[in-house]
Design a binder for this molecule. Sequence first.
Ligand SMILES: Nc1ncnc2c1ncn2[C@@H]1O[C@H](COP(=O)(O)OP(=O)(O)O)[C@@H](O)[C@H]1O
Ligand SMILES: [Mg+2]
Length: 322
Amino acid sequence: MQRTSQRGSAMADASITQLEGSPVEVPSAIDLRAEYVESGVKEVLDELDRDLIGLKPVKQRIKETAALLLVERARRRMGLAHETPTLHMSFSGNPGTGKTTVAMRMADLLHRLGYIRKGHLVSVTRDDLVGQYIGHTAPKTKEILKKAMGGVLFIDEAYYLHRQENERDYGQEAIEILLQVMENQRDDLVVILAGYADRMDKFFESNPGFRSRIAHHIDFPDYSSDELLSISETMLSKQNYTFDAEGRAIMADYIERRRQQPHFANARSIRNALDRARLRHANRLFEASNGPTDAAALSTITADDIRVSRVFSASSGEEKTP
Ligand SMILES: Nc1ncnc2c1ncn2[C@@H]1O[C@H](COP(=O)(O)OP(=O)(O)O)[C@@H](O)[C@H]1O
Ligand SMILES: [Mg+2]
């Protein structure tokens, strides 16, 4: 699975390489507050705060990282720092905790700060990097790296690159190429490794090369039930739907039950549940319609649209058998 996203940034600053290349005069002082606003970093952080429910520790870490990079940028302008800071990161947490979503915001942030030229995110898994046959891996990995240059390469479930049991696994070849690029082209590419916390830890243990190249580790906690309910309301409102009171109450019940069942994936499970609720809602309206249907009916998810979910009857996870 490979996806590319581009978040445009009208306020992109001049890149740091450009600043170094031309004989710019060294400012005697830099107004960090003004830089914070003018670079668009404030805007990205405000959006992050607004759009994403919960994630308090993650938001805090991103603010700290943004402050560090803003200061670093000011130091470089004044000739106080010369090295490109290491920006590679790891995002660990269970599925559906917002890692990919936050990585896209991070790409935007790094772009606005001038650390990457383009600010796009290329999301890959092992299969995008590693070939099946001898000689296939290097070209595959290099092709992806080419696409990601100037942006962020997001490697989901990064630990699958490494197969301990198989010494001659082609994953090793991809790892070596990645490590080299992470070192030598770190002013043009930021790599974010993501996956389950425990497996990421093990992966770093057996791949110290990765560990030493990663400066920022961010943990994504599971959402509380209240947060998941808020997330469900936010997701609905973005699509111009709402719960009625009973619908909201049964959604809360749904969340309690769903999180005990197999294949629970935090906000992703909520998204999937809402997709199915909208399907049932549409069918309910369609079956019942004999006359005009008003806007309120077209946009209200009721208890009926959720109650029939298997989550209320089966003990198995709904996602495998929708
Ligand atoms: N805190 C949040 N608030 C609102 N929506 C969220 C939040 N976290 C995740 N989502 C949504 O849940 C879905 C899964 O998130 P994603 O970033 O793909 O998780 P991960 O990469 O950790 O598996 C996406 O549709 C995302 O927009
Ligand atoms: Mg993801």
